[in-house]
Design a protein around this ligand. Structure first.
Ligand SMILES: [Ca+2]
Ligand SMILES: [Ca+2]
Length: 159
């Protein structure tokens, strides 16, 4: 008799504890989700404005596909193709402007990587400068002033 009563009490207390734990977990989860939602809106993605200036020398222009990756102190964007329909991009002495959304990079920008493939005739490309403006932030200038070889990432660490 005493033993079964004891078991009943134990079971009752256990159920109480489980209910209590579940309700506190629920509160924490709700709070956690709210915080994540705020992060998503304000800091996980950013609108980047990128301007690419092709050098003003003979054969500097290219019709190759061009890709960019932007690096911060602890994180980086994905690889983004710089493309716009209906425009002959990356011609001698031209500035080409691109706008895209990608992961936010925390802190200041540290370097920019540029890569091109070997599509098109005379794909050789002399890149002068890349400016990057993450939404609501400073404009960063990354000087290249060099011929970009095909299928290889080339990095600039600033102006
Ligand atoms: Ca072109
Ligand atoms: Ca060329």
């Amino acid at each position: 008799m005493i033993v079964t009563r004891f078991h009943k009490w134990c079971g009752f207390i256990l159920v109480l504890l489980l209910c209590f734990e579940r309700s506190t977990n629920g509160k924490e989860n709700k709070k956690g989700i709210r915080e994540v939602e705020i992060d998503k809106r304000s800091s996980t993605t950013v609108l980047y404005t990128v301007e690419v200036t092709t050098a003003d020398v003979a054969w500097a222009g290219t019709n190759a596909d061009v890709f960019i990756q932007i690096f911060g102190e602890n994180s980086n964007t994905s690889t983004v193709r710089l493309t716009k329909s209906g425009t002959n991009l990356f011609e001698r002495g031209h500035d080409d402007k691109f706008v895209f959304v990608d992961q936010a990079v925390k802190g200041r920008l540290t370097k920019v990587g540029i890569k091109r493939n070997d599509e098109g005739l005379w794909d050789d490309w002399k890149l002068d400068i890349v400016t990057v403006k993450p939404g609501g932030s400073y404009v960063y200038k990354f000087a290249f002033n060099e011929w970009i070889p095909a299928n290889k990432w080339i990095y600039s660490y600033g102006g």
